[in-house]
Design a protein. Structure first.
Length: 253
């Protein structure tokens, strides 16, 4: 059994790379978690989650999936072999070991996949607003460079994430983020009579480009705007329901 997913052209052009940004479609979970929920922490049936993870692994043709316990940190874990799911607290993974599938779970936060095809080094990062502001994307690039990647050769892709028009954050959020990094100021907009909104994927994309890496692609898909296709924590909160988590996966054969 396989599941539909999105791909970034710059990554799909690498013959030795397999990757995918998965959504809700193609899984076995039911109810609020209907579809391809891959998180064990949301209250879904663990057997359904394990089946969904296997579907993802079967779709990309590599597994098992290496999944972190994500904590909105800036910690990057370098892998040389497989890990037990949720056994390591971090928000990004990098490896130069073929066959290791790196997975990042999201439900509005920004998933980023990285690859240097020449050095055969890959990475995957989970960027919530705090992790993004404190440098999770830049830390991931640095960890890839430590494995032999060249920043100019690194390609990056931003997957489905909440968009600025749907990410109302308020004044205190703006104050908190700008206290961490004033570079975030251009990514706030305030509708007439409304509260500030933050363009998280735009902010992450600007960080990646400022880091001097190669192509940076943004799939431009908003999780909040497509709740039937993607899990969205904010949409579920507004609807007073529960939700699951989707996964972005990358592996080098």
């Amino acid at each position: 059994m396989t599941a539909p997913h999105e791909q970034a052209p710059a990554l799909a052009a690498i013959p030795t790379l397999r990757h995918g940004f998965f959504g809700r479609a193609g899984g076995v979970s039911t109810g609020d978690y209907a579809g391809l929920n891959v998180s064990l922490a949301m209250g879904d049936d663990p057997a359904h989650v394990e089946a969904n993870r296997q579907i993802v692994a079967d779709t990309i043709g590599l597994g098992p999936l290496n999944i972190l316990k994500q904590t909105h940190s800036t910690r990057v874990q370098t892998l040389t072999g497989p890990i037990a799911p949720g056994s390591i607290d971090a928000d990004a993974l990098v490896t130069a070991t073929p066959g290791l599938a790196l997975g990042i779970l999201t439900a509005d936060c920004t998933p980023i996949l990285f690859a240097d095809p020449q050095a055969r080094v890959i990475g995957a990062a989970h960027a919530g607003w705090r992790g993004a502001a404190e440098g999770i994307a830049l830390n991931t690039i640095a960890a890839m460079v430590a494995l032999g990647a060249d920043p100019f050769r690194i390609r990056a892709a931003i997957g489905p994430t909440i968009s600025g028009p749907n990410y109302e954050v308020g004044d205190q959020f703006r104050t908190d983020l700008l206290a961490i990094t004033p570079d975030g100021a251009p990514f706030f907009t305030t509708p007439a009579g409304g509260k500030p909104h933050f363009d998280l994927p735009g902010f992450v994309q600007a960080q990646l480009r400022a880091a001097g890496i190669g192509p940076v692609e943004n799939l431009g898909i908003c999780t909040y705007a497509a709740p039937k296709r993607y899990f969205s924590h904010r949409y579920a909160t507004h609807q007073q329901t529960k939700t699951g988590r989707q996964i972005a996966v990358i592996a080098m054969t």
